[in-house]
Design a protein around this ligand. Sequence first.
Ligand SMILES: [Zn+2]
Length: 332
Amino acid sequence: MSAGYAFVPLPDRVLVRERTEIVHDRRVQGTLSGRLEITLVAEQPVHVGSGYKGLVDGKAVRRGALVRGVPGVPGSSLKGVVRSRYEAITRSCIPGGAKANWKVRSRTFGLDNAPARLTRSVRDKEVFCAQEYPRDLMLCPACALWGRMSFRSRVSVTDFVSLGAEPFEISKMPKQFGPNLHHVGPFKRNTGGGRGDNEPAIEVHDLHGRKFALCPGPATTQDAMELVEAIPRRSQLRGEMRMKNVLPAEIGGLLIALGWGRPRDRSALKLGGGKALGFGRLRVSSITYRLHDHAGKDVLHDEVAWCDAFERTDDCFPAGLQKLVEIHQGDC
Ligand SMILES: [Zn+2]
């Protein structure tokens, strides 16, 4: 039994530097453009909610996302997962900054909707503030590749479609509590706080790192179950990752973020609902490369050279890479 999540440490520093390759109006020498044709295999049922419920045999079921009318994974969902993983293996910021206040519920402390807060020193951490006001082409590795306000992403992800258009299976998933946000770091419980005065009930004074949901989650035997539509285990999904003006080292990082790269970089992706409850594990099973250089000439793929190049850059955060791969190997 585990908590249902693990943390990847935060980088020692955020590497904000000028990135001259972030342009869309021309091809940049030394970069690659084109697309990766990717096949994923579901190792657990995958539930990506559509936001709707429906009735199946008279029972309420959370509907799964449809892609062109068949079960699939929306490109935006996969892009979010791969970006988070890319952030974890690079010296990147946490986009969106620190959330100052939120509400927690805790069985341990008997709290329900009690105010919680990050201390000033946490909110002032470099990972939140390095890029509050990005200018020119000064960006961290993840924002440079995946985009941020006023900088377009150089990578896009298409919707992934279930091959053979296999229908959803109806799975039982324990109803989940909202995430216990006070578990993001060591915290102080203020007795007497949280009663509408200025003192929060929970004050988080440091961060464990970037949080990733993993199996097995906490005991859920007392929790109510709900029915969900899920892409069945062993389904294959196919889609593309398209890119423009991406450096070979960035492709190396991208491959590792996809759970691919060199044999030692291989790891699983976790996507959708119930990640700590036996859902959502996918693995890349093949990639076909359709890449060309700035002059339009075809480029043969070299996964080892690209990943080695990524590891040699200061963008790479080795401790994050090691931990991310470690927690996503085997059953997770
Ligand atoms: Zn950033």
